[in-house]
Design a protein around this ligand. Structure first.
Ligand SMILES: [Zn+2]
Ligand SMILES: [Zn+2]
Length: 446
């Protein structure tokens, strides 16, 4: 696991949660390739796997057990699958784990089979199975870069994405799963990691060419957050998360050589004008047409609009969405008031006024980027840089709500579509990092 305090002097090993207690799994099936692995239970001597086999791990009381194909059972507090020697990184290398959950808590949640390099540890907590993948950090980064992006990406994009992922991990600020013995989980909650399933020559080269390089501000590693599209204006840290302002994560236009004055999007009028326009940015369709994004980025739609977009909800639809996402128990939505905004126009809060089932007027306060986006769309709104218009204007019970927005994600730090735009315009890895984390510098720490 990562050290809490010090900047590592050599490449660390990291621990990635693949199956978490919240997945509520009691067993998992894995395929082990032949001749390269051993199974270790507590302090017993290892069992060397001489042929490829399918093994089932299952919880049993406060232990985990595995059933070998010949019927013998092995039980222990924790069971390990270890590589006998370090294997070369290539697509689909490693142990195949079946039925891993991807997209936890999201509408796209599904079960996938993943090939995992490195060692596996299987244990349990309160009867729920836990599977942790321990592997060299740089191998993990090779897999993260392509789980997030396509193989057609220019090298500077993959390298800057790898540097952002490496820096964010080593800054080690969030620690969401540390109590379970994991540095990160495998999902969007931390960073999407799907083992060697999508490993490419490009992502391997991206990690090798930037080996050990992080973005630093003064003497600390940058907490290098990133999202899909800032919408033309980057957001600052405290608008999105609890915490202090970070000098290298500021409200800033996503373009170089900006001649116009810095635009302030904190007012309702300013964000209206901003959403009406389509200013040139590294992430705007003038730089990279949206239908081309699918060639480069994972998880985008062919016809998706991410820079500027809108949704129309009828009164019935809006009521249904909010009843689903917030369990409001509303019969009519009267008004959705927008609160304070960050510098990219992203909302810090909204207030929903509605009639409950008895016809009594009530209101509901929603605070924070994630909560607002989860409330306003049952499939998670792209961003909180939005305006909400009730129609007809000044009606006491609107017939329709129009949500117009910019960007995809929190918009703080590196903008992935913008970094793609920069790399397609032949900007270097360093130029990309310095644009999205202003004032930082690249340092090779190991
Ligand atoms: Zn996580
Ligand atoms: Zn952007």
């Amino acid at each position: 696991m990562l050290n809490d305090q010090a900047i590592p002097q050599k490449e660390p090993e990291i621990s990635v949660g693949i199956i978490l207690p919240e997945d509520e799994m009691q067993q998992v099936i894995v395929n082990i390739p032949n001749g390269e692995y051993s199974i270790v239970a507590n302090d017993k001597s290892p069992t060397i796997i001489t042929e490829s086999m399918k093994i089932t791990f299952a919880t049993a009381g406060n232990k985990v057990c595995l059933q070998m194909p010949d019927g013998t059972e092995l039980c222990a507090d924790s069971l390990h699958i270890r590589q006998n020697t370090e294997l070369p990184m290539r697509k689909n290398a490693g142990v195949l784990v079946h039925g891993v959950i991807a997209g936890r808590d999201f509408h796209w949640k599904k079960n996938i089979d993943v090939f995992l390099p490195g060692h596996m540890e299987v244990k349990q907590a309160d009867g729920q199975l836990i599977l942790i993948n321990h592997l060299p950090f740089e191998h993990y980064l090779m897999c993260v870069a392509t789980s997030e992006m396509g193989a057609a990406c220019p090298a500077a994009l993959i390298e800057s994405q790898t540097i952002a992922a490496r820096s964010w991990m080593l800054a080690n600020v969030e620690k969401k799963h540390r109590h379970l013995g994991m540095d990160v989980c495998n999902d969007d909650c931390c960073q999407r990691y799907q083992g060697t399933n999508f490993l490419t020559e490009q992502s391997i080269a991206g990690a090798r060419n930037s080996h050990g390089i992080v973005a630093m501000f003064e003497n600390t590693i940058c907490d290098a957050r990133y999202s899909k599209s800032c919408g033309g204006m980057m957001e600052s840290f405290p608008t999105i998360w609890d915490g202090d302002d970070l000098p290298y994560m500021q409200v800033k236009r996503d373009i170089l050589d900006q001649v116009e004055e810095q635009i302030d999007l904190t007012s309702e009028d300013a964000i209206q004008t901003w959403l009406d326009s389509e200013p040139l940015s590294f992430c705007s369709p003038q730089t990279i047409p949206e239908y081309e994004l699918i060639k480069y980025l994972g998880g985008v739609d062919e016809e998706g609009h991410y820079y500027r977009w809108h949704y129309h909800f009828s009164q019935v639809e809006m009521t249904a969405v909010l009843n689903k996402t917030l369990s409001l128990g509303a019969q009519k939505i009267l008004k959705i008031e927008t609160g304070e905004r960050g510098g990219s126009g992203r909302l810090k809060s909204i207030d929903i006024f509605y009639l409950d089932k008895e016809g009594i007027e009530r209101n509901w306060h929603v605070k924070g980027d994630v909560a607002i986006r989860a409330a306003l769309h049952d499939k998670f709104l792209f961003s909180s840089a939005i305006t909400i218009t009730a129609l007809p204007a000044a009606s006491s019970v609107p017939k329709e709500f129009v949500i117009r927005g910019a960007g995809w994600g929190h918009g703080a730090g590196l903008c992935q579509i913008g970094a793609l735009g920069m790399s397609l315009k032949n900007h270097s890895t360093e130029a990309i990092i310095l644009h999205y984390y202003p004032g930082s510098k690249l340092v090779k720490i190991y």
